[in-house]
Structures are given as structure tokens and as C-alpha cells.
Design a binder for this molecule. Structure first.
Ligand SMILES: NC(=O)c1ccc[n+]([C@@H]2O[C@H](COP(=O)([O-])OP(=O)(O)OC[C@H]3O[C@@H](n4cnc5c(N)ncnc54)[C@H](O)[C@@H]3O)[C@@H](O)[C@H]2O)c1
Ligand SMILES: [Zn+2]
Ligand SMILES: [Zn+2]
Length: 370
């Protein structure tokens, strides 16, 4: 069948809209009709060449849709199921899945190559075989993906909102709840309030943090952070530092969560200085794969017993946490409607990313047409 998709052919160039060919699902695979796709910053990293991926690649890794066909042996979903895609698949049986660490499932090894197990490329077109970002490629009307990337959700959930739970919400929420392990009464500093950081604010609030200090140079982001649970908001790390010292009587924050668009050593140093003894810096934001962006005094790390932790997918277990987070949305405890700034058609994907880079959106969402 044919599908219209947003493709990166060459880094540094605009994303192209292309009609491509899509194979039917083979064993363990499903055909999904994507209804919505979120505009996460990680796709920009592919388009800019920060994250080196096999090209051409169909972008998009935050997605939701409806299952249209299943291949042999598929047991996790059936035709007609509503699904939120997990941007890292989980096999259920590798060492990491089996020990409750699905976000580092061995199946995720090829998310930047973009092929399915067995080096299978269901998408082809004028320039040969096309990979799909995170083995999903949600900037396409249809996709053939592995069943292990699918999490079935309630039919009555609005997919136009639930789509954010494919990446942005669990990544931010989990950075606070799981990785930083925020506790009641904690002081948390969050650097960068985009689609990820705003959900770190929500996660910190749900965990009972006393002080949630949001840092972003953009006023619209600071306002949104205050609306959704931050107790303080600052344009710079320096201003935030003074307040954190005051709020904690000099002890420093319990955790600093780093969710800027591009992670620099300056931001890492700010987070490191903001936390006190026994505190944790959570690294979620990305940069070039070989960028040396952690330069810190090791002796202070030791003497103050500080921790620096990488956080992938908020260290969530998608099969558990995607339904859990959607339950929090259904109960009104976690907000999704309020964090979607604008919707776009697929052919407006470049405009959507221009808006993201200009800081206009907390999250933009592509609404697919079929
Ligand atoms: N680890 C993971 O599992 C994972 C998953 C998804 C995304 N990411 C990464 O997380 C990062 C954030 O993604 P997003 O979609 O929220 O991006 P975004 O562009 O929506 O938001 C980034 C925010 O950071 C702010 N910012 C920029 N410089 C800053 C600074 N010096 N101090 C404070 N704030 C600053 C921007 O104003 C913006 O509001 C990206 O690097 C993305 O690739 C990581
Ligand atoms: Zn993402
Ligand atoms: Zn696994």
C-alpha cells in the first residue's frame, strides 16, 4: 500500500513529504493507521544530524493510532485496538525487561537504524529502503511496526491527547518520579520547560515536592510551568540558584532534572551546583552522540556524595506506565490538553519544527489525514 510520510534524506535540509510504499505486516508485526504524532525535539536532532541515524528515515516517534491488520503470531493487540506507541519496544524477556527496566530493552538497539528485527524495512520508495525513527516513523499515515512497540489503551481515550504519552509525558514524568525519585517535601529544579520538562514538573508535583523551580529563558514556558505545578520560575540558572539556596537554607536542591533542547556542559554544571549533599542530577536532554558535555569536579561529587544519572524514557516500563499515566489523565491529576499548544497537518511538519525551535510550543501535534 501507499503512505505519505515526512522523511529526512540529508541532515541540515528541510524534512520532505514523500509518498512511499509500505509492505504488509509479517510475523509479530502490525499495520497501524497513525491518527496523531507529537513533535518531540529528538526528531530535530535527527534532522540536524546531532543524533546520527541511518538515512533516509521517516521521522516521528511519538504516535498513536488504530490497528488495521496483524501479522502471524501477534498476541498483544488485535484489529481495531487503539494504541499508544512506545518509542522503545519491549520484548518482555531480555535481561532488562525481565528485571523491570523496559526502557533499555535489547530490542531498542536499532531505534536510530530504524529497521525492525531481522533488518527488515517495511518502507521503500524512490531512494531504496527507508528506516523509521524509533522503529515507528509516526510522521506517516500508516506504519508497519512490531507488536512490542504497541500499548493498547482504552477506546474512549482521545488519541489526540493520549499521543503525548508515547514519549514526552513518560520521559518527563518518569525523570522526576523514577530517576530523581522525588519524595514528599523535596526541592526540585527543572532546566528546560518543553514537552519533556513540563511533564517533569507534573511528575514532581504528583510526587509531593515542596519546591519546584522551573528554569527556561522563555516567558511562555515559565507561565505554563507555574500553571501546572511549579512553585517558582526563573529565566536563568543564576537567578534560580539564589532562590534554591534560600528555599533550602543553604542545603541545595534534592534533585536537578535537565530537559533543555540541547544539553550543554554549562547546564549540567548549573544542575550540579543546584543540588546539595546526597542530591541527584538527572540527564534527559540530548546533544551530539560524541559531545563531551559533562565536565564536573569529581572531588565535589565524592565529598558531597552527589549522583548523576542518565534517564531514558523516564526509566519507565511502558507497558505499565503508559496506562498508569493515562489513568492519571482520566482522573484529572495529570494534564494533557493544557500542554498541546498547536496542531499541524503532516505537510506542515517543517513549520511545526520551526515553531518548536522558536520556543512557541510546549508541544505541537500532527493530526493525520487519510
Ligand atoms: N532521554 C530521553 O529519553 C529523551 C526522550 C525524548 C526527548 N529527549 C530530549 O529531551 C530534550 C528536550 O526535548 P523537548 O521535546 O522537551 O524539547 P523542546 O524544544 O520542546 O524544549 C526545550 C526547552 O529548553 C529550553 N532551553 C533552552 N536552553 C535552555 C537553557 N540554557 N536553560 C534552560 N532551558 C533552556 C527551551 O527554551 C525550551 O523551552 C531534547 O534534547 C530531546 O532530544 C530525551
Ligand atoms: Zn521524544
Ligand atoms: Zn526486552
Amino acid at each position: 500500500m501507499k503512505t505519505i510520510a515526512a522523511v529526512v534524506y540529508e541532515t541540515g535540509k528541510p524534512i520532505e513529504i514523500e509518498e512511499l510504499d509500505l509492505d504488509g505486516p509479517q510475523a509479530g508485526e502490525v499495520l497501524i493507521r497513525y491518527t496523531h504524532a507529537g513533535l518531540c525535539h529528538s526528531d530535530v536532532h535527527i534532522a540536524h544530524g546531532d543524533l546520527e541515524a541511518r538515512l533516509p528515515m521517516v521521522l516521528g516517534h511519538e504516535g498513536a493510532g488504530i490497528i488495521e491488520e496483524v501479522g502471524p503470531g501477534v498476541t498483544r493487540v488485535k484489529v481495531g485496538d487503539h494504541v499508544v506507541c512506545s518509542f522503545i519496544p519491549n520484548c518482555g524477556s531480555c535481561r532488562y525487561c525481565a528485571s523491570g527496566q523496559q526502557s533499555i530493552c535489547d530490542m531498542g538497539a536499532t531505534i536510530l537504524e530504524g529497521y525492525l528485527p531481522g533488518e527488515r524495512f517495511p518502507i521503500s520508495g524512490p531512494r531504496g529502503q527507508y528506516g523509521a525513527m524509533c522503529m515507528l516513523g509516526t510522521f506517516s499515515q500508516y506504519g508497519v511496526i512490531h507488536q512490542n512497540s504497541c500499548v493498547k489503551v482504552d477506546d474512549d481515550l482521545p488519541l489526540e491527547k493520549a499521543v503525548l504519552v508515547g514519549c514526552g509525558v513518560p520521559t518527563g514524568w518518569g525523570a522526576a518520579v523514577n530517576t530523581a525519585n522525588v519524595k514528599a517535601g523535596d526541592t526540585v529544579a527543572i532546566y528546560g520547560i518543553g514537552g519533556i520538562g513540563i511533564n517533569a514538573v507534573q511528575g514532581a508535583r504528583l510526587s509531593g515536592a515542596k519546591n519546584i523551580v522551573a528554569i527556561d529563558p522563555l516567558e511562555n514556558k515559565r507561565e505554563k510551568a507555574m500553571e501546572l505545578g511549579a512553585t517558582h520560575a526563573f529565566a536563568s540558572a543564576e537567578e534560580a540558584q539564589d532562590k534554591i539556596v534560600e528555599l533550602t537554607r543553604g542545603q541545595g536542591a534534592d534533585s536537578a532534572i535537565l530537559t533543555p533542547g540541547l544539553l550543554t556542559s554549562e547546564i549540567v554544571a548549573s544542575g550540579f551546583n543546584a543540588i546539595g549533599k546526597g542530591g541527584t542530577v538527572v540527564v534527559t536532554g540530548l546533544n551530539k552522540l560524541d559531545e563531551q558535555n559533562i565536565e564536573l569536579p569529581g572531588s565535589i561529587l565524592t565529598l558531597f556524595r552527589k549522583t548523576i544519572k542518565g534517564s531514558l524514557f523516564g526509566d519507565c516500563n511502558p507497558t505499565v506506565d503508559i496506562p498508569k499515566i493515562l489513568g492519571l489523565y482520566q482522573s484529572g491529576d495529570l494534564k494533557l490538553d493544557e500542554i498541546i499548544t498547536r496542531t499541524y497537518r503532516l505537510d506542515q511538519v517543517n513549520e511545526g519544527y520551526d515553531d518548536l525551535l522558536a520556543g512557541k510550543n510546549v508541544r505541537g501535534v500532527v493530526v493525520h489525514e487519510h
